[in-house]
Design a protein around this ligand. Structure first.
Ligand code: IMP
Length: 417
């Protein structure tokens, strides 16, 4: 039985949470493999909106086990708050939720640094959740994986001291800030340790065992491929590997075990934060898309930049991720607009690209060639509309789901070809 990865093909906010929630009943496990509380996965159930930053969106389906993999950075407070909110709904986590002991912690130093950097106008427009600094510390071998909290006290304290010294030096040198009281941070961490203890596991091992026993495992990506640390629009990216390949190192799964990759994309494009965006709309239609689509960050509330579909970018991402099927979301937002522009090729100087070598393209210099495509008026039949059929043809991948509204039910599933 294969592992399935679900990732965003644009710059995040593609509506992955809704698709994960819809397909979760077919899985035994749903696992996050990268990112942290910068993500905001929205699921609407019975008119109630749930936004998950750290817990996998599968958590609302009680028969399913959920995990946070080794590649995720975990903010202790966010995890506790989310877990308590879910339990307050009568949904139990015990025995069905696990967090990998290797996942690194996001500590107050990381959040402050991220915040100060943005305040000074030097950041990339981050979510200020401490994600970049936490991953930096992990790579610099200065970070605190969850398992550190369970080490012998002398060893634990030594590792924490090292972390404090390093981060206090950064906060002082770059921002002129005094140290954050260590005792308070340690006290909070020890309280968190006691709370999290029943959930800590080797999630890679648990899911490998489940896989061997025939279990179905869904790997839930956060953000989108355009924000990938290596393949996105660097430096305007997040600090983790958001592409399907990130799942191998973010959970701990052999590449050959991943046989299905669901690419989620919106019927138009959005981006939050800074960075190039070739099909960005700069006239009043951007406001129209934003209002109709509710395009405000689910983590930060920031208005999202809006634009049309960008086929060259999508083609690159479909290939990079090996997408085997597509979930198209928010097609209802376009309904009523008659026809809309769709970016079909890029031009840089004399060159025209439908399948651009993204790493070699100065995105700021791209001009986009557009076609106009009709948008469906009858949402019940939107999955057979020219917009969907033309998209399928342009990308060479079947569109398996078409989402036409926020509710769980507003999802059309097409036969698997
Ligand atoms: P960070 O991940 O908070 O460091 O932010 C880096 C970039 O990724 C910024 O442009 C953010 O707006 C963007 N970003 C991070 N998480 C998300 C997300 O879940 N959706 C959309 N954009 C995101």
């Amino acid at each position: 039985m294969p592992y399935t990865v679900i990732i965003g093909l644009q710059w995040g906010d593609e509506g992955k949470g809704k698709i994960v929630d819809a397909i979760t009943p077919a899985f035994d496990w749903v696992v996050r493999f990268q990112g942290g509380a910068n993500a905001g996965h929205t699921v609407l159930v019975n008119g109630k909106k749930h936004i998950f930053h750290l817990l996998p969106s599968g958590i609302l389906r009680e028969g399913v086990r959920c995990g946070i993999g080794a590649g995720v950075v975990v903010d202790p407070q966010v995890l506790q708050d989310e877990a308590r909110a879910v339990e307050a709904e009568g949904i139990s986590l015990r025995g069905r939720f696990f967090v990998d002991a290797r996942a690194h912690l996001v500590l107050p130093h990381h959040r402050y640094e991220d915040h100060f950097e943005e305040e000074k106008g030097r950041g990339v427009g981050s979510t200020r959740r401490g994600i970049g600094p936490a991953y930096r510390d992990r790579s610099a071998r200065m970070g605190i994986p969850l398992r550190t909290l369970f080490e012998r006290p002398e060893k634990r304290d030594r590792l924490l001291e090292r972390f404090f010294e390093w981060n206090e030096a950064i906060l002082a040198a770059r921002y002129g800030k005094p140290p954050i009281p260590r005792e308070k941070v340690v006290e909070d961490l020890l309280r968190f340790r006691d709370w999290v203890a029943p959930y800590v596991a080797d999630v890679a091992f648990l899911t490998q065992k489940a896989h061997e026993e025939g279990g179905q495992i869904l790997l839930e990506g956060a953000q989108g491929a355009g924000l990938d640390l290596a393949f996105g629009t660097y430096p305007y990216v997040t600090s983790s590997h958001t592409i399907a390949g990130g799942a191998t190192v973010g959970l701990g799964v052999a590449p050959r075990a991943i046989t299905r990759v669901i690419g989620v994309m919106k019927a138009y494009t959005t981006r939050v934060g800074k960075g190039p965006f070739p099909t960005e709309v700069r006239d009043e239609r951007a406001g129209l898309l934003r209002e109709r689509g509710g395009e405000y960050g689910s983590t930060t509330g920031r208005p999202r930049r809006c634009g049309w579909l960008d086929l060259p970018m999508l083609r690159y991402m479909v290939r990079l991720n090996g997408a085997t099927e597509i979930a198209l979301t928010k097609l209802d937002v376009l309904a009523g607009m008659g026809e809309v522009p769709v970016g079909v090729a890029w031009k840089v100087g004399q060159e025209r690209y439908e399948w651009p070598p993204l790493g070699m393209i100065p995105l700021e210099e791209v001009t986009v060639e557009y076609e106009t495509w009709p948008v469906p008026e009858d949402l019940d039949r939107a999955d057979r509309s020219p917009y969907v059929l033309r998209l399928e043809e342009a990308l060479g991948v079947p569109v398996r789901w078409v989402s036409v509204g926020q509710a769980r039910e507003a999802l059309l599933e097409r036969a698997r070809g």
